[in-house]
Design a protein around this ligand. Structure first.
Ligand SMILES: [Fe+2]
Ligand SMILES: [Fe+2]
Length: 174
């Protein structure tokens, strides 16, 4: 049966636009959403796979959620916080070790946003916006750009996080 985390998470999101949250408050909001997603579906499996350096896919997704929220707070953006955080936490929900394969894993690089969106839609009850954010997070590799603010934020945050993680300078871990 498909998880019902969407409704529960919506009722419980406590970040608001136009408020200057500190790191602890943002982390608490991400922890809350992560807990809901971990209780259902297969998000815990992303802890088994490495993304960059010694960061698991799960920690990378937490990092992307954190940098996404930080960008929205700093830029005073009005966004849908629950959708932003959940999509960021699921954006690399492809559920395999991408290091298994050729040195430049073409199939993974171009295909994983679609695999992640398909898996996430199978395991969780997601909004159309959340699915779009996941599916288009690798823009410009995924040719079609996002059409929502949250999608652009995740595109940017994912690239910032990759650079920070490769340099072993990540800003947060749960
Ligand atoms: Fe990705
Ligand atoms: Fe990513």
């Amino acid at each position: 049966m498909k998880a019902t985390v969407n409704a529960a998470a919506k009722a419980a999101c406590f970040l608001r636009s136009g408020v200057s949250y500190n790191k602890q408050e943002i982390v608490r909001a991400i922890e809350h959403q992560a807990k809901l997603l971990l209780a259902e579906g297969n998000l815990a499996k992303t802890k088994e796979y490495i993304q960059h350096s010694d960061m698991s896919v799960f920690q990378h997704c937490v990092h992307v959620a954190y940098i996404s929220c930080l960008l929205c707070v700093k830029l005073k953006l009005d966004v849908s916080w629950d959708e932003l955080i959940r999509a960021a936490l699921l954006h690399d929900y492809f559920l395999y070790d991408w290091h298994d394969g050729p040195p430049f894993n073409f199939k993974h690089a171009f295909g994983h946003p679609t695999f992640a969106a398909r898996n996430a839609a199978r395991d969780y009850k997601l909004t159309a916006k959340e699915i779009q954010i996941i599916k288009r997070h690798m823009w410009p590799l995924t040719v079609v750009p996002p059409t929502c603010r949250e999608g652009w934020i995740v595109v940017l945050a994912d690239k910032i996080c990759t650079l920070l993680e490769v340099a072993r300078k990540e800003r947060v871990r749960l």
